[in-house]
Design a protein around this ligand. Structure first.
Ligand code: BDP
Length: 721
């Protein structure tokens, strides 16, 4: 190639690289060029080439990742070499010499099948950095970890890291429909281009897999929980297979949602009764058919008898009957069933917060070994703040899988900057007290509290066809943070924030410090301007965009916000103590006891558990009304603080994300004010009290806020099947 051509190519490649950096496509895998000469010298002298023992698609993926990253970080090639000093060696444990295996025996014992060791050693008297593991996937995870250390500018001179995931099934749940709409999706359409699969394999599929593997996610449910049985037909299984093949080298298993009435809808049978032999056989045959094409298929996720979805109850059977039937179908192939506990009924007058517990807890111990019961973090529905779901801890003989929502259905869609790992951490670290102190939700999820073999965690994805995957550039942090917590549910959200900022933007402390604080505070701000002091589910109905505390006329009582706040001239809040629904009794002591009185209930959960008079005196000596109003106001002011912080950051960020975030923050401010004004205008009707001086009068009348309609708000349920 002549010099001129070479130059043009190089220029184009750099341009493409930069464009990706600017539009956010590369996520936290930016591999930004390390210009500090000392740092660069440290890395490039410690690692002068790569040696790979063995070969497999996963090892190739690891090598490719390292080589591409090297080029981008250091603008040099990481060449494959068979011998020499200062090599990076990739090898699974069985390919190590017996001396090395002995030397590393205690390290190797400390990791599990997906774990890894990264260690500076002398191999054949040559200084070497070794990445080893029990499996190829462990080596891939180790490769990403090494790259993370470099992206964080860590010293690797005496590197010695070993790590393993604490939870087995670390899964994204896509609520993606076959027509490519995404239920509760705010980042464009579904990335799965079903129509053009299996032939057209988009580069995004591989980059999706890389991104997930880099944070340890090892499963993806491709389809919406409000499922369409078509995905189980031969035509679609072929498409699913094509995706599975792209994901396989990255250790990602595919799962599908199973519509319970599929045997009926396929036209094969006239019932879906789980105790009917033909139905049981139908599912076995279906599982065999899928596994014949996709031998590492993960299994099924099921939403049954919930919000109109069909299920075993339609035939007078129980959730156990339904789940175990499917479990038997996938068991011979090593598959699992994730059976959701998100159930509540319009005909049941019982407090919605109690229903899932009442229905599922009696089934404890009755599910087959390959069933995980998937439970949302809170008992209502992915609210900005909820106490942990009381099922956690109440089913010690059943593996429970956590379900978080990464997509921001109830937290401002993709226009609000909210760092969710802070919220996930709050749930995971909550003490359930079911076996005395230190019985955290994390310990239930990772199986250590009651010795569970099968463990899992799911996050409802916020990914779509937007160039930067998540719409809001900071939405990426929520995907990233979910993955990190799925790997280690004890991780500090501050650490997650810091790593993400550095890998995505820059290591410059002038940027990292203020932005980290902004992220960590952002979750509390959204709680303040949407649902302070334990209020919940007062979003406008259907799309859940904006405030709608006045909505009262929907046919299902528990779909109306008035059901949840119960504001009247006497006061506000849901009495879940003995004098009310007694949902509190579903929690262990000392929670049940402590929260039974408003004085000893944490103020963040006050109106979740108590209906209190507007002039109830709070800890600060002011009335409840005063505190509601000033908290809304604080929320608004904190968004203004975020804007002030961001404005100082222009020099550290590329223009495109800088401007996008600036504009989105303005939307967030406008909507925070809307929340404050609409909610206070509404609640004031009942409190009949003046607004505190520090809180401005609502900009418009209550009638105005009530009249707003958003028929085309994104993410709305397009169809239920
Ligand atoms: C609710 C969503 C709805 C989901 C449901 C679920 O509004 O779109 O189908 O959760 O989790 O929050 O099944």
């Amino acid at each position: 190639m002549n010099l001129k051509k070479h130059f043009v190519l190089f220029f184009l490649l750099t341009l493409v690289g930069n464009l990706n950096a600017q539009n956010g496509y590369d996520l936290w895998l930016q591999y930004s060029s390390i210009t500090d000469s000392q740092l660069k010298q440290q890395y490039t002298s410690k690692i002068t080439g790569i040696q790979v023992k063995g070969s497999s698609a996963t090892l190739n993926a690891s090598t490719e990742e390292l080589k591409n990253a090297w080029k981008s970080l250091f603008d040099t090639d990481l060449e494959t070499r068979e011998q020499g000093s200062n090599l990076l060696m990739l090898a699974t444990e069985d390919r190590l010499s017996s001396e090395l295996q002995t030397e590393l025996s205690s390290d190797l014992e400390s990791i599990n099948d997906e774990g890894y060791i990264i260690k500076q050693l002398s191999i054949d008297e040559q200084p070497t950095i070794l990445i080893t593991a029990k499996s190829d996937i462990g080596v891939l995870y180790g490769s990403f970890r090494l790259l993370k250390e470099i992206q964080l500018h860590k010293d690797i001179s005496n590197i010695d890291i070993s790590d393993s995931p604490k939870i087995q099934k670390r899964v994204l749940n896509h609520w993606d429909n076959l027509d490519r709409t995404v239920e509760r999706g705010y980042a464009g359409f579904s990335i799965w281009d079903w129509h053009l699969l299996p032939e057209l394999i988009k580069p995004e599929y591989m980059d999706y897999a890389r991104a997930n593997a880099s944070i340890g996610i090892n499963g993806t449910v491709l389809t919406n929980v409000n499922a369409n049985s078509l995905v189980l037909t031969e035509h679609y299984i072929e498409k699913v297979k094509a995706l599975a093949e792209v994901f396989r080298p990255y250790g990602i298993q595919v799962y599908l949602t199973a519509r319970f009435s599929a045997p009926l809808e396929s036209g094969d049978l006239d019932t879906a009764d789980p105790l009917n032999e033909e139905v049981r056989q139908w599912w076995k045959d279906k599982a065999d058919e899928i596994y014949a094409e996709i031998p590492d298929f993960g299994g099924f996720l099921v939403k049954a008898n919930s919000e109109g979805q069909p299920g075993p109850n339609n035939y007078g059977r129980s959730h156990v009957d339904g789940a175990n039937m499917l479990a038997e179908a996938v068991a011979p192939h090593g598959g699992i069933v994730m059976w959701r506990a998100f159930v509540y009924s319009e005909d049941d007058p019982e407090d919605r917060a109690k229903q899932a517990y009442s229905e599922f807890v009696p089934f404890d111990g009755q599910f087959h070994d390959n069933v995980l019961v998937q439970v949302k973090n809170g008992a209502i529905d992915f609210q900005p703040r909820e106490p942990f779901h009381p099922i956690f801890g109440a089913m010690p003989d059943t593996p429970l899988m956590m379900e978080f929502q990464i997509t921001q259905e109830y937290l401002g869609f993709s226009s609000h900057l909210v760092f969710l790992p802070k919220m996930f951490e709050e749930t995971l670290q909550s003490d359930t007290y079911v076996q005395g102190e230190n019985s955290s939700v994390a310990k239930i999820i990772d199986g250590t509290l009651s010795n569970k073999k099968l463990t899992g965690i799911a996050g409802v994805a916020n990914i779509g066809t937007e160039k930067n995957w998540t719409g809001h550039p900071f939405g990426q942090a929520n995907w990233y943070g979910f993955g990190r917590l799925a790997w280690d549910p004890y991780l500090d959200s501050e650490k997650i924030a810091e790593d993400w900022i550095k890998m995505t933007f820059t290591n410059n402390p002038e940027f990292v410090q203020p932005i980290k604080e902004m992220l960590l505070d952002s979750r509390e701000s959204v709680v303040k301007y949407m649902t302070p002091l334990g209020l919940h589910h007062i979003m406008d109905t259907g799309h859940h965009y904006g405030p709608g505390p006045w909505v009262s006329e929907l046919s299902r009582p528990e779909w109306n916000p008035v059901y949840y706040h119960k504001a009247d001239s006497e006061g506000v809040g849901f009495d879940r103590t003995k004098s009310g629904s007694n949902a509190l009794a579903q929690y262990a002591d000392p929670i049940a006891e402590k929260y039974s009185s408003p004085e000893t209930t944490p103020e963040k959960f006050l109106l979740w558990f108590h209906h209190l008079p507007w002039d109830y005196e709070m800890e600060n000596g002011k009335t409840l009304w005063f505190n509601i109003a000033t908290t809304y106001q604080e929320g608004v002011e904190e968004v203004q603080d975020m804007i002030d912080t961001w404005e100082k950051m222009e020099e550290y960020v590329d223009q495109e994300p800088y401007e996008k975030v600036s504009m989105l923050l303005q939307i967030q401010l406008k909507e925070a004010k809307w929340w404050r004004d609409a909610c206070l205008a509404y609640f004031q009707k009942y409190s009949n009290m003046e607004l505190p001086e520090s809180v401005p009068e609502p900009e418009h009348s209550l009638e105005y806020y009530k009249s707003l309609e958003f028929p085309f708000a994104p993410g709305i349920r397009p169809s239920w099947n």
